[in-house]
Design a protein around this ligand. Structure first.
Ligand code: 6R9
Length: 646
């Protein structure tokens, strides 16, 4: 790759002396991991988890690329997330403050969670689920989602959580691929002020013929559902009938904990496989150190849905393993009003908030008055995940949500990595807006050029992980060849993450986005993220998406789609677009100047907030937009096209 232009900023935000003094992780953690990496991870696994049978082996990579971590140890995930805290006398601590979208709320202590998870584990056993059987979970963000995952883990039945917004078709293909025996769903959940049905999608998926024997149905909205006698079972009734006592099944460290499907570059979704001991070690370690968790006093709030990996590692497993008190919110941030999250922060005294750049940019667009009318002074750590955070949004997040004082941790990781890999440490790192900065202690990353050579500081290339880590995926369910081909063939022996990145002159890492989001304009490699950042730094632009469209002259040309702030550009769009093109040229380089910029009402995004550039590329290249079924809002493409015709 050719060199990237300098990032927009060199300004840093070191932690305050007070924060640094009380932080869980100090600079020593880097030193501790540097000497003997494996011994470091073994220490974390012993300190952070309870083992039914202690391990003596740390890492066996002789079957590369499949790693075995802590291979001769045995443990149970649900025991570690729940029971041991109760046994330690913490049964009365709130594990989950649930906030329903309509305003209902519920607090669940660790003791109550233990009882519910035990009952649910017994109910699953009663339905014929045995250790090793797969269970599909298709639920809204309600406590039962976490309970269902832990109930599966308690009996050693790998769960496959399918995002509640996915269609019957998506549900069907995932159920069939994992050969799930039971589906846990709900009548529906609340979204944007209305009940939104889930059960009909399950009925449609199962009508096509699947290995599913039973459907457990949680009652959330009370809406009508069709019922298949003998197959469908009411969650409440099954739990009431079940014993509140259940002995967790100890499994081998390498026993599958879950499968989570993620989209690949080809059509078929990949079932990413995670196992127990290593994944849990990474979940607990990162949650404790990256968010500086103090379980006695913190109130943690991660806005991710359990349907994606952030909800697995940083709603279900990480926080509960660490005995945290957390908030789970069912609905959308703008229901009933655009300050719902900020109300929640004030109501529960949230101290740690973990969310995505797309949500931060939406909040910026809505305006500062919404956060301003709530007391956010309890917040002490802010996190970001999911895509590169543009420096503009990072600064706004820290200034408006974090009172200009909280550390902001920009955490890079993937479904495949299981947990956070590259991030600042809040009490150590002088943070740079827009940069994920350094591999965590215990993690080894490099940026390689086309020939597999590490790039020098200031260079850019492909982001790879050079040493196995405990939370790494153990394969793609049912397709180990695809596992090897996808991640291990570009640079043999090293894991290629699929992201491009650059190293600045201090050696800090700037993730530029997927390599398929990297454009080549007249031989210059340009990152979509960087141009988007430049556009958003203009006061008229609320959000931007950039794609590379085939161009006769330059190979690819930069085509931008922008959402404008309130009344920007009214009546003088032409001038404004010219101004924006000039702005990009000034911020990055004339090479990066978009060939065209179009104002649109919305951008096509997946449910986890990632822009589906493929669809915009279709538009930019004058094609009919392709398959849009994984969009959060499937009508967005129509809205954009109508706007363009005008
Ligand atoms: C956790 C999660 C993974 C992809 C990853 C990268 C992008 C995530 C990022 C980031 C820049 C960050 N990504 N966090 N890019 N900075 N802090 O998002 O998992 O849904 O599998 O997506 O997301 O492109 O490769 P997943």
């Amino acid at each position: 790759m050719s060199a990237q232009p300098e990032p927009h900023t060199a300004e840093t935000f070191p932690p305050s002396a007070d924060f640094a003094a009380q932080a869980n992780a100090t600079a020593d953690l880097y030193q501790a991991a540097e000497g003997d990496r494996e011994a470091f991870w073994a220490g974390q696994a012993r300190d952070l988890l309870d083992w039914a049978q202690p391990f003596t082996e740390t890492l066996d990579f002789s079957g590369a690329p499949v790693a075995r971590w802590f291979g001769d140890g045995r443990l149970n995930a649900a025991y570690n997330a729940v029971d041991r805290h109760v046994a330690a006398g913490l049964g009365d601590r709130v594990a989950i403050h649930f906030e329903g979208e309509p305003g209902d709320s519920q607090a669940l202590t660790y003791a109550e969670l233990q009882e519910r998870v035990s009952r649910a584990a017994n109910a699953l056993t009663e339905l014929g689920v045995a250790t090793g059987d797969r269970v599909a979970i298709y639920l809204p963000m309600i406590p039962e989602a976490v309970i269902a995952m832990l109930a599966c883990a308690r009996i050693g039945a790998p769960h496959s959580v399918i995002f509640g917004g996915f269609s019957a078709e998506a549900l069907y293909s995932r159920i069939v691929d994992a050969e799930a025996k039971v589906v846990i769903t709900a009548d529906g959940g609340y979204r944007r002020g209305k009940p939104s049905a889930l059960k009909p999608a399950v009925d449609d998926a199962l009508a096509k013929g699947t290995p599913v024997e039973h459907v457990l149905v949680v009652e959330r909205t009370g809406q009508e559902v069709s019922w298949t006698e003998g197959r469908d079972v009411r969650w409440n009734e099954a739990l009431e009938a079940a014993s509140p006592e259940h002995t967790p099944v100890d499994v081998e460290a390498e026993h599958p904990l879950f499968i989570l499907y993620t989209s690949g570059t080809t059509g078929k979704p990949k079932g990413i496989l995670h196992t127990t001991g290593g994944y849990l070690t990474q979940a607990a370690y990162t949650h404790r150190n990256v968010f500086d968790l103090k379980p006695e006093s913190d109130v943690y709030f991660c806005t991710a849905d359990i349907g994606w990996i952030t909800g697995h590692t940083y709603v279900t497993y990480g926080p509960l393993l660490n005995g945290a008190t957390q908030v789970i919110y069912e609905g959308t941030p703008d229901t009933p009003e655009k300050d719902r999250w900020w109300q929640i922060v004030a109501k529960y005294g949230v101290t740690i908030l973990y969310t995505a750049p797309t949500a931060i940019r939406a909040a910026m667009k809505w305006g500062e008055e919404f956060p301003a009318r709530n007391d956010l002074s309890s917040l002490r750590v802010l996190g970001s995940v999911g895509e590169p955070i543009n420096p503009e949004a990072w600064r706004w997040y820290r200034r408006v949500i974090g009172a200009g004082t909280t550390p902001v941790v920009d955490t890079w990781w993937q479904t495949e990595t299981g947990g956070i890999m590259i991030t600042p440490l809040p009490g150590v790192t002088a943070a740079k807006p827009g940069s994920a900065q350094r591999p965590l202690p215990g993690v080894s990353a490099e940026i390689l050029d086309d020939n597999g050579q590490p790039v020098p500081d200031g260079g850019s290339g492909y982001l790879v992980l050079t040493e196995p880590w405990p939370g790494m995926l153990r394969g793609i369910w049912g397709d180990m060849q695809r596992f090897t081909d996808t991640y291990w063939s570009r640079f043999p022996g090293r894991y290629f993450a699929g992201d491009g990145a650059r190293k600045d002159n201090d050696g800090d890492i700037w993730v530029l986005g997927r390599v398929d989001d990297v454009m080549n304009v007249s031989g210059h490699r340009l990152s979509t993220a960087e141009i988007e950042s430049a556009l958003v730094s203009h006061p008229a632009v609320a959000e931007a998406a950039v794609v590379g469209a085939t161009d006769e002259d330059t190979g690819q040309a930069v085509v931008a789609f922008v959402i404008l702030h309130g009344d920007a550009g009214k009546g003088e769009t032409e001038e404004l677009m010219a101004e924006l093109r000039g702005h990009v040229a000034k911020e990055i380089s004339p090479i990066a100047k978009p060939r065209s910029i179009q104002a649109v009402p919305e951008l096509p995004k997946t449910r986890s907030g990632k822009i589906m550039r493929r669809l915009l590329r279709d538009l930019a290249e004058g094609r009919e937009a392709g398959d849009a079924t994984t969009l959060a809002d499937t009508t967005v493409m129509e809205k954009i096209m109508q706007g363009l015709k005008r």
